[in-house]
Write a protein that binds this ligand. Structure first.
Ligand code: ADP
Length: 358
């Protein structure tokens, strides 16, 4: 097992810096997910931890040892990639045994480990098959089996589920989480998928343009995003936003929108002053539809029933908003709905810096 410490890690390709001084401590046994849009530097960071990419500056400690210049095989890590990289001409057993054989371990030593891994990953009945006779999910499990038999102190996953269909992705993410709960190893998992991050992580690291935007437990980030980037990145459908200027209102304060509309900020715990340029955020599931004294009015453009809930889409202040209701809604496109934005669920951000105000 291993704790991982990154201190001031940066990466340059020629004159271009793509990772800008990352500080991150990962506890022994923790499942940490690096999430962010494509190109934000997640893979580069992980490949530096793996030893597949040179570290341009800063310190990397794995299990208390400085690892900057250790070769990948000296770092006691296993990596699972998006492509399963299985050998097509080798059976499942031989694919999993490939690493131990290369390391010249005796079969008596690795056979029990392979059998245990196969049992844990539900591959027991498939050990003699070739990869082409397996489903996508089974292939991904073989790739994990290969990682598991190494008994590494650190597991690295780089978008391991991206090639699977939606249903299998959901199933495999539960399996990877269950595997972690059994093995209690340290995991760094890279994905661009915020749902994967939310459902799997002990802690999420949200990255953007080579920097960390916020680190925290999934629901901490969801409930109190520290800036507009994190607020808009986590959540599906995503948080609704409206930019405006804080003005006085008979019920307290309101947000005056660019299109002349107003959103009442009744009871919102405001630290913003009248005249401040702020961006209000509210999640679709926190908005209530009401019949009286609304905080905002939305003309519905699209109604989307998902079965479990209904999404109502319309415009507020020029932005498309989504309101999620658990009831089967009878609202039709073209109708105006009165909305209440509960004060406890309003997020306010400074429009210019993007930083959270309350
Ligand atoms: P992510 O994994 O978040 O999609 P990457 O870590 O792959 O992002 O890439 C981060 C940035 O580094 C991108 O702008 C990418 O173009 C750049 N980059 C990655 N590899 C190289 C390379 N070998 N040479 C130059 N730039 C690179």
């Amino acid at each position: 097992m291993a704790a991982v410490q990154l201190s001031g890690i940066f990466k340059r390709y020629g004159d271009t810096q793509v990772v800008h001084g990352i500080d991150l401590h990962i506890d022994d046994g923790e499942f940490v997910v690096l999430v962010g849009p494509s190109g934000c530097g997640k893979s580069t960071l992980m490949r530096m931890v793996a030893g597949l990419e040179e570290i341009s500056g800063g310190d990397l400690m794995i299990g208390g040892t400085r690892a900057n210049h250790l070769a990948p095989q000296q770092r006691n890590i296993s990596m699972v990639f998006q492509s399963y990289a299985l050998y097509p001409h080798l059976s499942v057993y031989e694919n999993i045994a490939f690493g131990p054989r290369i390391r010249k371990e005796s079969p008596a030593n690795f056979k029990p480990r392979i059998e245990a891994a196969a049992k844990m990953l539900n591959l027991g009945g498939y050990l003699d098959r070739l990869p082409r006779a397996l489903s996508g999910g089974q292939r991904q499990r073989v790739a994990m089996g290969r990682a598991v038999v190494r008994e590494p102190s650190l597991f690295l996953f780089d978008e391991p589920l991206s090639n699977l269909d939606a249903k299998l992705r959901v199933q495999m993410r539960t399996e990877i989480k269950a595997l972690h709960q059994r093995l209690k190893n340290t995991v760094i998992y890279v994905t661009h998928d915020q749902i994967e991050a939310m459902t799997m992580a002990d802690r999420i690291v949200v990255m953007n343009a080579g920097r960390i935007e916020q680190i925290g437990r999934p629901l901490e980030l969801y409930d109190r995003p520290s800036n507009l980037f994190v607020a808009s990145f986590l959540g599906s459908p995503s948080m609704n936003f409206a930019e405006g200027i804080v003005v006085d209102h008979s019920q307290g304060l309101a947000l005056k929108l660019a299109d002349g509309g107003e959103i009442v900020l009744e009871g919102a715990p405001l630290s913003a002053n009248v005249g401040a340029r702020v961006t209000l955020g509210v999640r679709p599931e926190h908005i209530e539809t009401v019949t009286q004294t609304p905080d905002a009015i939305m003309e519905v453009e699209v109604v989307e029933p998902t079965g479990a809930e209904t999404h109502l889409y319309g415009k507020i202040g020029g932005n498309t908003w989504c309101v999620t209701t658990r009831q089967r809604s009878k609202v039709e496109p073209g109708e105006r709905v009165a909305l209440r934005l509960p004060a406890a669920h309003i997020h306010l951000f400074d429009t210019e810096s993007g930083r959270r105000l309350v």
